[in-house]
Write a protein that binds this ligand. Structure first.
Ligand SMILES: [Zn+2]
Length: 281
């Protein structure tokens, strides 16, 4: 019987499951844990269509505890300390590779470009990032070494104080300029915001990218997410302007996401195929 690898993108609103080079399946993510998990398993069985599962890759919202092998996606309040490694291993007989969705997206974008160093930034409802460094997902060494650096929660000066305090702070990138923050402050969705409102937001994103570039030296940034892809060229101009007077370094390269809305899912497929950088538990 043919063996296939299964990719899963478990998002707060949509669950996407599929096998490489086949149409993927999707369903809304239910609020309750039982219903959403049941849907996930049903989609997996449908995608497998009776074939043997040889690998599973999962992209899911953070935080993930690689040490205790549990997931607690922030935007799925009923999913707390869920032992997803064990659940999927029992269900399908293979050890899954599970990563934060932005880390999975970073893997997909880095693999697609054949580069070993890439910083992926998503700008949509929220703001986040994932860093592939020397071919592996970069993790924080704090708190047991299992967390990933939070690009979207760096504090930025300037702009208005944010009102959406996902992490508890009012001045992080996400609380100042995430899609939800834009909706709350301007009373309209980001897509309807007039041009003149964008320059300060683009500049704050550029500051966030330059801060990370200055510290990490990562030569390539990729901007994804629905807002990020739309604002990419303007953010690139802001990055170039802000960096123009720096005599120490030039501006980092900034490219738009190749995969767009399916970047995390594409990363999950690669995790499934390669068990890319599976952390030792
Ligand atoms: Zn924050």
């Amino acid at each position: 019987m043919r063996e296939v690898a299964l990719g899963i993108d478990l998002g707060g609103t949509k669950t996407l499951v599929g096998v490489a080079n086949e149409p993927s399946l999707s369903a809304p993510t239910a609020l309750s844990f039982e219903a959403s998990y049941q849907t996930l398993i049903e989609l997996c069985r449908e995608a497998l269509a009776g074939r043997t599962c040889a690998g599973i890759g999962v992209a899911i919202g953070g935080p993930i505890d690689h040490f205790h092998r549990t997931v607690s996606p922030l935007h799925q309040p009923e999913w707390r300390n869920v032992p997803l490694w064990d659940l999927l291993a029992q269900e399908f007989g293979v050890e899954p590779a599970i990563e934060v969705d932005t880390d999975a997206a970073a893997i997909a974008e880095a693999t697609e470009r054949s580069v070993s160093d890439l910083y992926y930034v998503t700008w949509s409802t929220g703001v986040g990032g994932g860093y592939v460094r020397e071919g592996a997902i970069h993790r924080s060494r704090a708190e047991g070494g299992s967390t990933h650096p939070e690009f979207g929660h760096q504090i930025v000066a300037g702009g208005n104080e944010g009102t959406v305090k996902g992490c508890g702070r009012a001045r992080c990138l996400e609380s100042v300029m995430g899609g939800r923050a834009i909706q709350e402050r301007y009373g309209q969705p980001a897509v309807e915001l007039p041009d003149y409102e964008w320059s300060s937001l683009d500049q704050i994103m550029a500051v966030g990218i330059i801060n990370v570039w200055t510290i990490t030296g990562c030569p390539l940034f990729v901007l994804g997410g629905s807002i990020g892809i739309a604002r990419w060229s303007s953010v690139q101009e802001e990055v170039a302007q802000l960096q123009a007077d720096c005599s120490l370094s030039s501006a980092p390269n900034l490219e738009p996401s190749t995969y767009g809305a399916t970047a995390s899912f594409e990363g999950a497929l690669r995790l499934a195929q390669a068990n890319f950088n599976t952390p030792s538990a």
